[in-house]
Structures are given as C-alpha cells and as structure tokens.
Design a protein around this ligand. Structure first.
Ligand SMILES: Nc1nc2c(ncn2[C@@H]2O[C@H](COP(=O)(O)OP(=O)(O)OP(=O)(O)O)[C@@H](O)[C@H]2O)c(=O)[nH]1
Ligand SMILES: [Mg+2]
Length: 398
C-alpha cells in the first residue's frame, strides 16, 4: 500500500499542525514492470503494449475504420495526411482494403464568400440530418491552412454542437501544401469516412480561388451560399462559380433581413437563367435559408434528395462519379510529372541560365522549353541506365 502521508501537494501549508489530511502519491519516473502491471495485467505479460505506443497494422486500420471506430478513423486520416514516404504505402494499403466499402455516401460541397455562413449552415444542417438518423462527416478543403495560422481548430469550435454528436465526424482541412496535395488527402479522407459508415459528407471550401473547382470535382451536389443586398460583383462571386452550383442558397433570411433575402433570391433566379446548368438534366434554383432560425434547411435537404433521384435515374450521377475518378488519376499524374520536372536537380541547375537567355532575347521561350525538356529526358535516361545496372537490380544479380 503506498504511503500517501509522506508526499504533500505543493499547495499544502508548510507548517504541519497535524490537521492537514491531504497527501499525494509520489510520481513515477518511468514505467516499471510493477506500475504497468498495476494498470492492466495484459500490459504486464506483454500480450498488449501500452495504448499510446500501439502501432496499428494496415489490417488493424481496415478493421477499425470498417467497424466505425472514430479513434481509428482519425488515426487513419492522419496516416493518409502524412507526408512521410514511409506512411504512404501503408496508407494506400488501408485505402485499398476499404475501397469496397466506399462510394455509398451522398457528397455535398458547400462554398461561398467568407462570412456567408457556410460553417453555421453546416452545423445546423448537420444536426438536422443527424436527427433524421443520418451519419454526417464534415470536411474542409483549405489550401491556405497551416497549423500555425490556427485555422485548424476554428471550425471545430464554430461547429460546437455538431462536433459533440456521436453521429457526426468533423475533420478540419489538411494543413498547407499544394492544392493538389490537399485535394488528394481530402478525397482519400472522404473515402475513409464513407467506409466508416458516414452516409452524408459535407465538404466546406475555405479560402478563395481554386478550391471551389477542386471541391466541385469531388462532390455530387454543390451549393453556393450567398448573402443579400448585393449583386455577384459586389460579393466577389465569379460567374464561373455560379456555373458550378446545383443550388444557390440566400442565407441569413431571418429578422430584418428576410425581405431583402427574398429580393436577392429573385435576382439570383434571374441571373441563373443565363447560366449553363452545372449538372445535365438539373435546373439550378435559388433558395432562402437561415442557419440561425433553421428555416429552409429541411427544404434544402429535399432539393438534394430530389437531385440525387433525378441524376441516379438519368445515369448522370454515376457518369459524374466515373469521370471524377478518371480526372483524379489524371490530375495526380500531372502533379507527379510536374514535381519530377521541377524538382530535378539538373533541370534546377540549368534553369537560371536558360531563364536569363529568354529574358535577354537570345533564345525563344519555345527553344528554352525544348532545351529544358531535353536536359530532363537525358537526365531520366541516365537515371534509368544507372537503375538498370544497380547491384540490386534483378538483371545484375543473374
Ligand atoms: N442572422 C444570421 N446570421 C448568420 C446566419 N448564418 C451565419 N450567421 C452569422 O454569420 C457569421 C459568419 O458565419 P460563418 O458560418 O462563420 O461563415 P463562413 O461562411 O463559414 O465563414 P468563413 O469560414 O470565414 O469563410 C457568424 O457570425 C454567424 O453567426 C444566419 O442564417 N442568420
Ligand atoms: Mg467557415
């Protein structure tokens, strides 16, 4: 039995008059056989390792995610997001094993100018879907996010009630990197969430610029959240983004703002007339909603379900998914080749000189490209030659 009287807490009065009855057990310097054994007999006899150090195999990940274990799902996402090459092949094995369980969720993208109410809408909408019996995963795609900028925790705190529900899973954007890298991680995260049984995936775009197109390329239904009292120019919404949307939601249609929201809805309806629909066989409309009063959210879900039915019946849904998959393959090849070229040390070494020559007018841009590609090709060919004659190569072993 440990002696609790000998060690006093730091805040205990220095003078011991015998009336101070609180004692603490002295701390331990490290885990010894006895302390481990006290925690759990299975740790003592070595059949189990302490949990914090437990390394999961690809199979453990596959089983854990498939059984809907949120802790293992989080760790699997961390594995996928890792930039460590050692984690890459394991992450891919996990994905491969889970692939048959993916693809069954409805994927919804949500975009809009900063402050339009995307996060608040997702919180209200997600809660409503959970109440209806759905399991909802919320992801964000933010190529500008980084751990130090603090945006990692931002949305989890803004989605306070949703993040506490067992039926919901919120994962902030993978931090930083190229948009291509962030997109790959988000797509793979989405697949993991589907394998874990989430049947609605909400993807929020953060930041401005290309992330809308990227999120459009990974979801089935794309909604644009707008505000009242301004034309598209004022809100910085490009016509191009309206062309991606399957629904335009005029948010904050509550209180004094309601009438203005109704007017804005009419304006958007008229604008949409002139815009090519985002999805074949589906007419994009503008709707009113309030993430605060929750008005219009149920109707919005009806719209999404109607969209799903129409596009499933027409085959557009599957065709889009198929082309998204192939586009994904292409964009990864693009990114890989791009990196191969721009990270090549020989190309990098010659680049300044060739750039100077272009700027100095001694060679044309086309000649410069031809020259650089030639250097790259020669470099790759030499590399292949070296690989071929590497002692580990099968030919050399014979
Ligand atoms: N009155 C009213 N306020 C709302 C509504 N939706 C959001 N807001 C408020 O608008 C502000 C911005 O909402 P967010 O949900 O953070 O907006 P966001 O689009 O996610 O913003 P970013 O993530 O910064 O791009 C918050 O103060 C919300 O409380 C609504 O329907 N009605
Ligand atoms: Mg937000």
């Amino acid at each position: 039995m440990p002696d609790y009287t000998t060690s006093k807490p730091e805040w205990a009065p220095e003078e011991d008059d015998g009336k101070f009855a609180c004692g603490v057990m002295s701390g331990i310097d490290g885990i010894t056989d006895t302390t481990v054994g006290n925690l759990n007999p299975a740790l003592k006899d070595g059949t189990m390792k302490p949990k914090s150090k437990m390394i999961l195999s690809a199979d453990d990940f596959i089983k854990g995610v498939a059984s809907g274990d949120r802790g293992i799902l989080s760790r699997a996402i961390t594995l996928i997001e890792s930039n460590n090459p050692r984690h890459f092949s394991k992450a891919q094995r996990v994905l491969q094993g889970l692939l048959p369980k993916t693809g069954k969720a409805l994927r919804v993208g949500i975009t809009g100018v900063p402050g339009a109410g995307k996060s608040t809408t997702i919180e209200a909408f997600g809660n409503m879907l959970c109440d209806m019996g759905h399991r909802v995963a919320v992801l964000a795609v933010d190529p500008t996010s980084s751990v130090t900028k603090g945006s990692i925790l931002g949305d989890k705190t803004r989605m306070g009630t949703l993040s506490r529900r067992p039926e919901a899973f919120i994962r902030p954007s993978p931090a930083g990197g190229t948009l291509g890298g962030v997109a790959r991680k988000s797509r793979e995260t989405m697949l993991l969430c589907e394998a874990a049984g989430y049947d609605v995936i909400l993807v929020e775009t953060v930041g401005v610029g290309q992330s809308e197109t990227t999120v459009r390329s990974m979801v089935d239904f794309f909604m644009l959240i707008v505000l009242t009292g301004a034309g598209d120019e004022l809100q910085g919404i490009k016509k191009g983004i309206m062309e991606l949307a399957d629904a335009i939601v005029v948010n904050k249609a509550d209180g004094d703002n309601y009438l203005k929201a109704k007017v804005a809805r009419g304006e958007y309806e008229r604008m949409i007339e002139y815009i090519r629909p985002a999805t074949e066989g589906w007419r994009t409309h503008a709707y009113l909603a309030s993430a605060v009063t929750k008005a219009g959210l149920k109707e919005l879900w009806d719209v999404i379900r109607a969209f799903s039915k129409v596009t499933h019946d027409s085959g557009v849904f599957q065709r889009r998914r198929d082309s998204q998959l192939l586009d994904w393959v292409h964009s990864m090849i693009d990114e890989h080749l791009h990196n191969l070229f721009f990270d090549d040390p020989v190309v990098l070494g010659r680049m300044p000189e060739i750039k100077d020559a272009v700027l100095g007018g001694t060679i044309s841009p086309t000649q410069a490209v031809a020259e650089l590609i030639h250097i790259f090709d020669v470099q790759r060919a030499t590399q292949r030659h070296v690989d071929l004659f590497h002692p580990e190569n099968e030919i050399m072993k014979k």
